[in-house]
Design a protein around this ligand. Structure first.
Ligand SMILES: Nc1nc2c(ncn2[C@@H]2O[C@H](COP(=O)(O)OP(=O)(O)O)[C@@H](O)[C@H]2O)c(=O)[nH]1
Ligand SMILES: [Mg+2]
Length: 273
């Protein structure tokens, strides 16, 4: 039968003609421009440098240019321009249609991934998160990809969480994605180099026992304050608000630490809090 699995090193084994996938699947999600593609590039290269078989899969049929060469690319299966012409759709309509079509090519995508026998597969998801998470194709892909473990890295764009209230609203989005994808999630504060030292301030708002509510009280009206407070209390009580992992894909600060957390979560099946 197949090879023994040692620690996190995995392989794809063939048993009775059915392929058993022992790889780890890591999805990168977050708002448009949060840095999913650049982080996919940096993190996959980092794993490869350390001798792991890591590959990058592009799930965005609308990606114009990517900061890496995808090992598996959904654009080889789905042609956005062809969809536009064939169905006479505008840019938004064709992107929605194309994203839905990705789910119909899951067998081919899996076959290509399996042919590379990777230990780690990093999935770069479409720029617009709603195309991936809120239509049925994204959750279907996440559920269908056969993997030993699955993990979602949700990116909080540091340039968007410039106030406690903004942090709460993105934390709510993060919780919503958690509900849609139904897999373990790690919260990443991306593009930390873009906000100077402010990333430290953001970390204090998101850390355990912090009081972003008080900071929030100074910036908003009473009704907004109460809504924010209720949301935060709920997120915390449900274990849906997690401490952020600050990284920069440009300076590579925090990348090693993020890798360590990914390994820990994949090994233990735990989420960080
Ligand atoms: N300074 C800086 N820029 C970044 C970082 N990550 C991404 N970017 C830039 O932000 C823009 C959007 O990044 P991209 O990875 O395409 O975001 P995506 O839409 O989430 O895939 C690009 O111009 C990137 O070069 C980062 O950590 N630091
Ligand atoms: Mg992208």
């Amino acid at each position: 039968m197949g090879e023994k699995v040692l620690g996190l090193a995995t392989t794809t084994v063939i048993i009775d003609n059915s392929i058993q996938f022992l790889m780890h699947s890591i999805f990168l999600t977050g708002t448009a421009g949060a840095g999913k593609s650049l982080l996919t590039s940096v993190i996959t290269a980092g794993y490869a440098d350390r001798g792991s078989d890591a590959i990058a899969v592009n799930l965005d049929p609308g990606a114009r240019s990517l900061p890496y060469s995808p090992d598996v690319d959904v654009r080889n299966f789905i042609d956005l321009n062809e969809i536009m012409e064939k169905y006479q759709l505008g840019p938004n309509g064709s992107l929605i249609f194309a994203s839905d079509l990705v789910a119909t090519r899951i067998v081919e995508i899996e076959e290509e991934i399996a042919s590379l026998s990777p230990d780690y597969v990093f999935f770069d998801t479409p720029g617009q998160i709603e195309l991936f998470a809120y239509r049925s194709s994204g959750p279907y892909i996440v559920e269908s990809i056969r993997s030993e473990t699955k993990l979602n890295l949700f990116l909080f764009d540091a340039t968007l969480v410039s106030s406690p209230m903004n942090l709460v609203s993105i934390a709510l989005l993060s919780a919503s994605i958690r509900l849609r994808l139904k897999i373990g999630q790690v919260s990443v504060l991306s593009k930390r180099d873009m906000v100077g030292d402010d990333w430290r301030k953001i970390m204090t708002w998101s850390s355990r026992g912090s009081r972003p509510i008080e900071a929030m009280g100074k910036e908003v009206d009473q009704e907004t304050y109460l809504l924010g407070k209720a949301i935060l209390a709920n997120l915390a009580s449900q274990g849906l608000s997690q401490e952020l992992m600050p990284v920069s894909a440009t300076t590579e600060e925090g990348i090693l630490e993020l890798t360590a957390i990914i390994s820990r979560v994949l090994r233990g099946g735990e989420e960080i809090d």
